[in-house]
Design a protein around this ligand. Structure first.
Ligand code: PMP
Length: 422
C-alpha cells in the first residue's frame, strides 16, 4: 500500500471523493490520485518519493516551472510583510499595470480569487452594461463552476452524463444559449433571432477544456463582427490561454480584440488569483464607480499579487517561440509513436499546449472531440504514470509544457511512449 493510497482512503472519509476538485480523483482514467509532496521545475514528487515529468503543471499556471526561485522570493518577501490587509496594497497596482501593458484591450482590471470568479463577474458586468440577460457559450467550453456556465461545459463537467450539474436551477441556465464551437453559421442564425437580447458571447478563444481545439480562420473575427453588429459584449476567457499563447495571450496571437477578458492561472503563478478586465467604459460600471456589484475579502491579496507580478516579469524575459518549436516537435513525435502502434491520432497544438485525440476525425469542436477513444487515453495515462510521466487525468484537457522542461524530460517521455502497449 503506497502512502498515496493510504491518504486517499482517509481523504475519502473526510472530503467528497477524496478530492477538492473532481477530476483530481482520476476516475476517468480508472486510477487513484497521487498525493503530491513537492514540485520543482518540470517535476513533481509524490508522497512516496516518486518523481514525475509533469505535463499538468497545476492545470496551466506553472509556465515558468514549479517553485521558480524569483517568484518564490517575491512571495516570501510579501509574506513577511503580512498575508492579507483587506485594503489596497502597492503590488495590486503594479500587477494591474503589467496586465494592461501586456494586453492592450484590458484598459482596467479587477482582481478576484479564481477563474470562476472572473467569468461569473465578467458576465454580471456584461449583463449590467447592456441591460440584457442572454449569454452565448460554446459546447465544450468550460468557464468555471458558476451556475450560468454549467450548461454543456467541458473539462470535468463533460463526465456528468447530461453535461448539466444538478443543483443549478433551470432559471439560471435558461438564459445560456449553447452553440457548437467553430460554427459561425449557427451563431449568425441565433443572433438573427435573438441578437438584440444577447448581453455577451463568452468563449475560450482556443478551447482547452475539450482537449485543445483551435479556432478556424475567421471564427474569432466573426464573433467580433456579430458583437459589434448587435451591441453584445465579447468576452474572451483567457484563463488558460492568457500569457501562454503569447505574452499578450490568445488575443495578441490571433489579433482579435475582445471587450472583456477573464484571466486566472498564470497571473497568480500558482496562488489563487483570477482577474477580469477590458474596456474602460464597461469596467467603470463596477462598484464603487457604478451599479454592478462585485467584491472580495481576499481579492488583490498581497502575496498572490507579488508572486503574479514576478511571474509576468520573468515570463517577459522568456523565448516563447523557442518553447513553441520545442513543444511542437515533441508533440509531433509523440503522436507518431502512438500512431506507429496502430492507433489513429489527431494532434492539436499551439504554443506550449497540445492534445492527442485517438480518432480518425479531425477535432474542431466538442462533438468531434467525443469521438476520441477514452480507453486508449486511459491506457496511455496509466502506463506513462508507471514510467514517471504525469499526464492530465482526463482526455478532454491539454498537456502543458513549461520553460523548465528540458530536452532530457522530453526524451524520457518519448522513451516511455515507445514502451507503451496499446
Ligand atoms: N475558464 C477556463 C477557460 C478554465 O480552464 C478554468 C479552469 N480550468 C476556469 C475558467 C475556472 O477557473 P478556476 O478553476 O480557477 O475557478
Amino acid at each position: 500500500m503506497t502512502l498515496s493510497s493510504t491518504l486517499y482512503a482517509k481523504a475519502q472519509t473526510l472530503i467528497p471523493g477524496g478530492v477538492n476538485s473532481p477530476i483530481r480523483a482520476c476516475r476517468a482514467v480508472e486510477s487513484e490520485p497521487l498525493f503530491i509532496a513537492r514540485a520543482h521545475g518540470s517535476k513533481i514528487v509524490d508522497v512516496d518519493g516518486r518523481e514525475y515529468v509533469d505535463y499538468v503543471m497545476s492545470w496551466g499556471p506553472m509556465l515558468l516551472g514549479h517553485a521558480h526561485p524569483v517568484v518564490h522570493q517575491a512571495a516570501k518577501d510579501a509574506l513577511d510583510a503580512g498575508s492579507s490587509f483587506g485594503a489596497p496594497c502597492p503590488a495590486e497596482v503594479d500587477l494591474a499595470q503589467a496586465i494592461c501593458e501586456l494586453m492592450p484591450a484590458v484598459e482596467m482590471v479587477r482582481m478576484v480569487n479564481s477563474g470562476t470568479e472572473a467569468t461569473m463577474s465578467a458576465l454580471r458586468l456584461a449583463r449590467g452594461f447592456t441591460g440584457r440577460d442572454l449569454v452565448v457559450k460554446f459546447d465544450g467550453c468550460y468557464h468555471g463552476h458558476a451556475d450560468p456556465f454549467l450548461a454543456a461545459a467541458g473539462s470535468g463537467v463533460a463526465l456528468i452524463p447530461t453535461s448539466f450539474s444538478q443543483g443549478v436551477p433551470k432559471a439560471c441556465v435558461a438564459d445560456t444559449l449553447v452553440v457548437p464551437y467553430n460554427d459561425l453559421d449557427a451563431l449568425k442564425t441565433l443572433f438573427a433571432e435573438k441578437g438584440k437580447d444577447i448581453a455577451a458571447i463568452i468563449v475560450e478563444p482556443a478551447p482547452g477544456n475539450m482537449g485543445l481545439v483551435l479556432p478556424r480562420p475567421g471564427f474569432l473575427e466573426g464573433l467580433r463582427a456579430l458583437c459589434d453588429q448587435y451591441g453584445s459584449v465579447l468576452i474572451f476567457d483567457e484563463v488558460i490561454t492568457g500569457f501562454r499563447w503569447s505574452l499578450g495571450g490568445a488575443q495578441g496571437r490571433y489579433g482579435v480584440r475582445p471587450d472583456l477578458t477573464t484571466l486566472g492561472k498564470i497571473i497568480g503563478a500558482g496562488f489563487p488569483v483570477g482577474a477580469y478586465g477590458g474596456r474602460r467604459d464597461i469596467m467603470e460600471k463596477l462598484s464603487p464607480c457604478g451599479p454592478v456589484f462585485q467584491a472580495g475579502t481576499l481579492s488583490g491579496n498581497p502575496v498572490a499579487m507579488a508572486a503574479g507580478l514576478a511571474n509576468l516579469r520573468e515570463l517577459a524575459k522568456q523565448d516563447y517561440a523557442a518553447l513553441e518549436a520545442r513543444t511542437g516537435a515533441f508533440a509531433e513525435e509523440l503522436a507518431a509513436i502512438v500512431r506507429s502502434k496502430g492507433v489513429p491520432v489527431q494532434l492539436n497544438k499551439v504554443a506550449s499546449a497540445f492534445t492527442l485525440y485517438f480518432t480518425e476525425t479531425p477535432v474542431t469542436d466538442m462533438d468531434s472531440a467525443r469521438t476520441s477513444d477514452a480507453k486508449v487515453y486511459t491506457a496511455i495515462y496509466k502506463q506513462m504514470r508507471e514510467q514517471g510521466v504525469y499526464l492530465a487525468s482526463l482526455g478532454y484537457e491539454c498537456a502543458f509544457t513549461s520553460f523548465a522542461h528540458t530536452e532530457e524530460d522530453l526524451a524520457k517521455t518519448l522513451a516511455a511512449a515507445r514502451a507503451l502497449k496499446l
